[in-house]
Design a protein around this ligand. Structure first.
Ligand code: PMP
Length: 360
């Protein structure tokens, strides 16, 4: 068996220790005589898996008691679609801050339920920075302010929470959740698809302040109503049990690896190594404003785009995969989530150096 170094933006690489544990208990989960895939979600075995996962997530992320943790389906796209109907709460509209394509898509969905105020946008700068918070035109009556703390395609990340003057802050944390310590109390609602820093695709985490749910617009289907899901421990219907289980193992792996503080330090070191190299030469370039660069997704271009195919081919031969940039921006992108090792990042840097030396 030879595993590649996987820089895919998502589904993304998972911790090897977690995969090995899944493999070891695949056919017989802890003496139950069956795989987690075969368990009833109502049996005590799966209930213990589900409850442990929530307990560990609450512990590592420091989730206060007045927040519900939901394990849902529909991906992040599902959540930014269900979010406006759940959180409108008798208001007339929402504030969206656009720092990339995901926020833009989310704003479009919200427009079906109320007036969308684009409080700020960096689209004119091709989403290469976070608009200065002082220039945001926030509506004090908005149902919430929506941000995308890490824009996966553009590699732009918030490094602190914006002040929203009492209006709930809602965040699509799909690509940077659990990547460093976080103050949950600054948010009204956080949602994230699992397939980057949490586990396999299929499950989506929502962390929501209790007082914000229970007022969904009346036409909200029960299955998309956060209050009904909360009241039913996320099991109004059959949940994605296997993804939930693997996510729980990833939470334990985070606990054993220094918690979010330890994870955050390692992520900072990995990103710094790659950015330092990119900034030290002229062949590769990252277009994002330095203060707003992502520690998770690092896009870069080559001096000559005609070399892109060669770069990818050589990378593949060197065991480095998933580096092609998103089709909307081109170039390359290295996604270096929690499970990417420093050795993996170092191998990429060495390959980039060698490629630039021979082709540059
Ligand atoms: N938001 C962000 C920030 C993302 O990175 C992605 C997926 N790459 C999505 C939303 C969409 O996620 P899903 O495919 O789970 O709907």
């Amino acid at each position: 068996m030879k595993r590649i170094v996987n820089f895919s933006a998502g589904p993304a690489t998972l911790p090897l220790a977690v995969l090995e544990q899944v493999q070891a208990e695949l056919l017989d989960w802890r003496g139950s005589g069956m795989s987690v895939m075969e368990m009833s979600h109502r049996d005590k075995e799966f209930m213990s898996i589900a409850q442990d996962a929530e307990k560990d997530l609450r512990e590592i992320a420091g989730i206060p008691a007045n927040y519900k943790v939901l394990f849902l389906q529909g991906g992040a796209t599902g959540q930014f679609t269900f979010l406006p109907m759940n959180l409108l709460r008798g208001k007339t509209g929402f504030d969206y801050v656009l720092t990339g394509d995901w926020g833009k898509k989310a704003a479009k969905e919200a427009g079906k339920y109320g007036k969308v105020n684009i409080a700020a946008s960096s689209e004119a700068d091709k989403f290469t920075r976070i608009p200065d918070v002082k220039t945001w035109k926030l509506d004090p009556n908005a149902a919430y302010v929506h941000i995308t703390p890490n824009e996966t395609i553009h590699g732009v990340e918030f490094h602190q929470e914006p002040e929203t003057n009492g209006v709930p802050l809602v965040a699509d944390m799909s690509s940077n959740i659990l990547s460093r310590p976080i103050d949950i109390s600054k948010y009204g609602l956080i949602y994230a698809g699992a397939q980057k820093n949490i586990g396999p695709s299929g499950i989506t985490i929502v962390i929501v302040r209790e007082d914000l749910i229970g007022q969904a617009v009346p036409s909200t289907p029960g299955i998309f109503d956060y209050k009904q899901m909360a009241d039913n421990e996320s099991m109004l219907n059959t949940p994605p049990c296997f993804s939930w289980y693997v996510s729980g193992l990833v939470f334990k792996w985070i606990k054993e690896n220094g918690g979010l503080a330890g994870i955050g330090e390692r992520n900072a070191r990995k990103a710094a190594a790659l950015y330092d190299y990119i900034d030290s030469q002229d062949f590769y370039r990252n277009p994002v404003a330095k203060a707003d660069r992502s520690r998770m997704n690092i896009p870069f271009t080559l001096a000559n785009a005609e070399l892109d195919a060669d770069f990818l081919k050589g990378a593949k031969a060197a065991g480095l995969s998933g580096l092609k940039g998103h089709r909307s921006v081109g170039g390359m992108r290295a996604s270096i989530y929690n499970a990417m090792t420093q050795e993996g990042v170092n191998a990429l840097i060495e390959y980039m150096k060698e490629f630039a030396r021979t082709k540059g």
